[in-house]
Design a binder for this molecule. Structure first.
Ligand code: AHG
Ligand code: MN
Ligand code: MN
Length: 338
């Protein structure tokens, strides 16, 4: 059987399924090519002197790693000249980056977390790139931050690359979730799994347990019930995994099921959560729903939330449908969705 490359897959999506336009195909190819360049840098590690701190903070007040900055540069440079983008936005940039006037402007908006899981870089654990694609609103206005403030349900494509033992690209254009593995010798992305599905039930959960004492009662109740195992109300044992790279945790869930939670907690009560809505939660929620799973902020589907600012944070509960519905139900018993 001949292997299907990402290029062939995208051409088929354009021709047969009419799921994407030629410009969106180019955009996805460019992002995927940038991910190859990031994979090379991540893979060289200490040999290229790319580990460690960059020396500054990003807009979130988090210390930037050298690889955060390098990955951001790679994505920016790859995407600005192709004519497919009106603007892009990144975890590592305070404001949006408009396509410079010297290049043609396209109708798409690209958002990314250039390197997710920064705390794992120096210890050689999987990290990744997350991206989300929106269409610029057809409202006659010049592109601005407001153009990006669309609910996740408006995404036309989303995906991530995970730089692990193998480098894998997981993609949706709204026709299921498809997985491509980087053939390092050939330099091409090869389709290795189509139509990923997340089982509705699971015995595996992912949460940073060290925050237990800071969580709201519905999250404590849910996790307490899991920890009680076969003698508790759930009547079975649950296993726990926490990579601390969202890409790697979500990839495990897309592969074999599970529930991932980064809930609100009382350490920073004014923030709805740690993770960012527009370039972490939305693309992951789109992928998870396309794979038959569910994603909420405890009350509402993530994809229905209307963002009010670019770097907005959100509580995230996603993965196997029945578990996500259970913990969302616990929240809505206490306080119904606004
Ligand atoms: P980033 O490195 O892009 O800032 O994101 C890190 C996120 C996410 O990948 C992960 O799930 C979470 O932070 C881990 O948080 P804790 O260190 O609090 O466990
Ligand atoms: Mn991240
Ligand atoms: Mn990041």
């Amino acid at each position: 059987m001949p292997r299907t490359t990402l290029t062939q897959f995208l051409v088929e999506q354009e021709r047969a399924a009419q799921a994407i336009t030629p410009e969106l195909r180019l955009l996805i190819e460019v992002v995927a090519r940038a991910c190859k360049a990031i994979a090379v840098n991540v893979g060289k590690g200490a040999l290229a002197g790319v580990l460690g701190e960059a020396g500054g903070d990003n807009v979130q007040g988090e210390a930037q790693k050298k690889l955060d900055v390098i990955s951001n540069e790679i994505l920016m440079q790859a995407n600005e000249w192709g004519g497919h983008l009106a603007a892009m936005a990144s975890e590592e940039m305070e404001t949006i980056h408009e396509t410079p006037n010297r290049y043609p402007k396209g109708e798409y908006l690209l958002l990314f977390d250039p390197l997710d899981g920064s705390s794992n870089i120096d210890v050689n654990v999987s990290v990744g790139t997350i991206f989300s694609v929106l269409r610029k609103p057809d409202d006659g206005h010049a592109v601005s931050e407001a153009s990006f403030l669309q609910p996740g349900g408006a995404q036309v494509a989303a995906g991530y690359a995970v730089y692990g033992p193998s480098t894998v690209l997981v993609l949706t254009v709204g026709t299921g979730v498809h997985c491509f593995t980087l053939d390092r010798e050939m330099g091409s992305w090869v389709l290795t799994q189509s139509n990923l599905t997340i089982p509705a039930d699971t015995r595996e959960f992912a949460i940073n347990m060290s925050n237990f004492r800071h969580w709201a009662p519905p999250v404590r109740r849910y996790v307490d019930e899991l920890l009680a195992g076969r003698d508790g109300p759930r009547g079975r044992d649950f296993n726990m995994r926490w990579v601390a790279s969202m890409v790697a945790d979500v990839h495990r869930i897309l592969t074999r099921g599970g529930i991932f939670m980064y809930p609100w907690d009382a350490r920073e009560p004014d923030k709805p959560g740690k993770l960012r809505l527009m370039y972490e939660a939305n693309p992951m929620a789109f992928l998870v729903e396309q794979a038959g799973g569910a994603a909420t902020n405890g009350h509402t589907r993530i994809l229905e939330l209307m963002p009010t600012k670019l770097h907005e944070r959100v509580a995230v509960i996603l993965g196997s449908r029945n578990e996500v519905e259970r913990v969302t139900g616990y929240h809505n018993e206490v306080a119904p969705a606004p």
